[in-house]
Each structure stands twice: as C-alpha cells, then as structure tokens.
Design a protein. Structure first.
Length: 280
C-alpha cells in the first residue's frame, strides 16, 4: 500500500508538473491479479482496485493499517468498471456486472474478489474510509436500486456539460459513516463536469476517470480558486482532491467518472461554490 502525505495549499502553489502528479495523481490503478491501494493522509481515505484475472484476490489489512483485518475500523465502497465478477463477504457471494456497486460495513472480515472470465476480467474500484459504526452491507444495481431523487440529470449540450449524476452511497440511499460514492456520466458532445466549480471545506474527494478513449485526455483542474493548476489524465486514472481545492475537468471526449468523498459532513449539497470571476 502506497502512503501519500497531506497537502498544504501554500506549498502546492510552488509545485511543478512532476510534483503535482507525484502527490495527487494515481496511475496504474488496475493491475492484473493484484489489489493495488493508495492510502492518503487527507481524511484517511484509501483508494485502489482489485483486478482478479487468473486467481481470486483477498483483501488484507497490511502493516499500514495496524489492524487485524481491513475493515476492523473501516468501511468500503466498490464499483465494478470491468467484466462480470464476484465479491464474497464473509461467505456470501455477490455477483457484479458492469457499473454495479456495493457498500460493505465495518466488521466484515473475509472479503475476496474473482472474475467470471479471465479474458474480460472484473475491475473492482475501491474507496475506503474510517468508520465508527457498523452499517449493513448493501449491493447496488444502478438500474433498479438507485432512487429517482438520487439519479439527477443536469446541464445541457450548449454548455458542454449534459450529465447524469448517480448517487450510490449517501444518506437516504445507502447509509455509511463517512463515505459517499457515486458515478457521473457525460452525454456525447459534453466534456465539462462540475462547472461552476466548488470546494468542500468539510470533506475531500477523489475522482476516477474512465470510458476515456485511448487517443483522448482529461484536463483535471485543482488548486485554490485563485491559484488553479491542472493535471493531464488518461483512462482509468484517479486523482486526489483536498478539501481546499477545486475539482473539475474538461476533456477531448465525453467520459464517465466515479467520485468518492470522505469527511465529517455527509450532506451532498454542502459545497462552497466558487464565483467564476474569482478563478485565476
């Protein structure tokens, strides 16, 4: 498990491209037959993926957590962006197809991942947060389990931001301690997400961009509103956003992204909006 330190906005103003990418970008998220994890000291989120191909993978705590098992003091969100697969939680199997999700509560001990077809492996994207209470484990089929009020169509083609927000894990949909997680899908011809942009003073956020064509790139924007920076990203890469940073993007093609939030406030609309004229 890779450990990333926290980030001070005063210091980040001085970062060059290499340092920005080193501290905030997570490349090679999906490694065949491995569980790859990144532990950020920003709100203690863990980001990563389990990519079983030829073998079943088991989620272990590792020395970094100082725990007997991974979810001893944590909760976990999963969204599959690959082929069909199975997640087994303490002996109970859950069968995933593309874009199915899951919440696993604190205290679950034995968690394994496997693919139905090695030629089209599952890609289980993971977000984990510290937890103080056990909530029920819930499987999420976005086509039938997400409530209408948690599937919102926003924007328009004229402003190149026609998109649908699918909220998988949040109060009123799937209960959790800190973790919120969902997926935003952009319509063809739209390339902007989350504009006008905002910050979250009471929680951080991580984005995973996918369904990005091989010859396309995503320009992810970050930094304080008056000190904006950008990171060029490609398909199936993730990026860490501190609470003081904007998090928005434009791209050379439509795409989909998974957002995960961790912090003390679970109100989805608790955002600090940024006036467009203040961006620099």
């Amino acid at each position: 498990m890779e450990v990333r330190p926290g980030a001070n906005p005063v210091d980040v103003k001085t970062y060059d491209t290499a340092r920005l990418r080193h501290d905030f970008l997570i490349e090679n998220v999906f490694v065949p037959d491995e569980i790859k994890l990144t532990y950020s000291q920003i709100d203690r989120i863990i980001v990563g993926a389990a990519t079983p191909v030829n073998k079943e993978l088991k989620l272990e705590a590792g020395d970094e957590l100082r725990a007997n098992y991974f979810l001893e003091r944590r909760e976990l969100g999963i969204i599959n962006i690959g082929g069909n697969g199975t997640v087994t939680v303490d002996g109970k199997e859950y069968n995933f197809k593309y874009k199915d999700g899951m919440y696993i509560g604190m205290g679950s001990k034995d968690i394994t991942f496997k693919s139905a077809d090695p030629k089209n492996p599952a890609k289980f994207y993971l977000n984990s947060a510290p937890a103080h209470k056990t909530y029920p484990t819930v499987f999420i089929d976005p086509a039938k389990d997400i409530l209408p009020e948690n599937k919102k169509e926003l924007g328009c083609l004229e402003s190149a931001n026609h998109r649908t927000i699918n909220k998988y894990i949040l109060p009123g949909q799937v209960e959790s301690c800190q973790l919120e997680m969902g997926m935003t899908c952009l319509e063809p011809g739209s390339v902007w997400n989350t504009m006008p942009c905002h910050t979250h003073d009471r929680r951080m956020e991580v984005y995973l961009y996918f369904e990005v064509p091989e010859d396309a790139v995503v320009f992810h924007y970050m930094g304080e509103p008056t000190e904006t920076r950008h990171i060029v990203m490609r398909n199936e890469e993730a990026v860490i956003s501190p609470s003081w940073s904007i998090h928005s993007a434009s791209a050379t093609h439509a795409y989909t992204f998974i957002w995960g939030m961790v912090g003390e406030n679970q109100d989805f609309d608790d955002m600090d909006d940024v006036d467009m004229k203040d961006l620099k």
